[in-house]
Write a protein that binds this ligand. Sequence first.
Ligand SMILES: O=P(O)(O)O[C@H]1O[C@H](CO)[C@@H](O)[C@H]1O
Ligand SMILES: O=c1cc[nH]c(=O)[nH]1
Length: 250
Amino acid sequence: MDILQPHIQLGNNLGIRYALLPGDPTRLDRIAPFLEQVEELKFNREYRSLRGIYKGVPVLAISTGIGGASAGIAVEELRQIGVEAMIRIGSCGSLQPQVKLGDLIIVSGAVRDDGASKTYIEEIFPAVPDAELMMYCIEAAQEKTLPYHVGIARSHDSFYTDNEEAIDAYWSKRGVLGCDMETAALFTIGHLRGVKTASLLNNVVAYEEDTSESIASYVDGESLSMQGERNEILTALEAFVKLEKKRTSL
Ligand SMILES: O=P(O)(O)O[C@H]1O[C@H](CO)[C@@H](O)[C@H]1O
Ligand SMILES: O=c1cc[nH]c(=O)[nH]1
């Protein structure tokens, strides 16, 4: 019998190994044109899903909402239905002048400034991606000559504390490239559950610019950020093709 997972509302008859994880449910509309045989699946709470085929590889795309708590639930439930590899295709704010609007950050490690990952394991445990999947993302970005940076992101739980400027300055000074809200939970929970993870972040907030204004212009379709979004979707899909080639060649 096909048992539906309580939040994502998907069951294990899907038989899909690879999932793209955007935060925003509307990003699925921009993922769909990259795929063939697109089929919308479910939309429950923040979890909107569709399936499709990219270069012969079946993929699932499912939004995870805002924050590590809801992303963590998605990781757990996707694993229950047999998903083996997940790539976040998120947005982020830049903490470095060289990370321009629409540039990608391929995250090699995340500062665990979120709550969700801490409920699983103590803070000294690192939040890191699957090395091979991250390498496939780097190779794909290189092959497509996309603007990208590889490095650390900080995952946080709020934009609106009284201290945001000082917090950003602190992590910027320590070489952190940008901030999002889900990568730390994705990496930590993925590792503990034996799921391969990677995270690609499209920069939608220029260095030292106002976060809420920049996110609003991204939502309105500002062009560099939108190109960055297409770039991260393409990079993640190409990385899955590489992973599938490796799996089927073994
Ligand atoms: O655009 P997504 O993937 O949702 O990612 C970023 O945008 C949201 C905040 O605006 C947070 O989820 C943050 O991580
Ligand atoms: O600055 C930003 C922009 C997007 N998402 C974040 O988490 N932070």
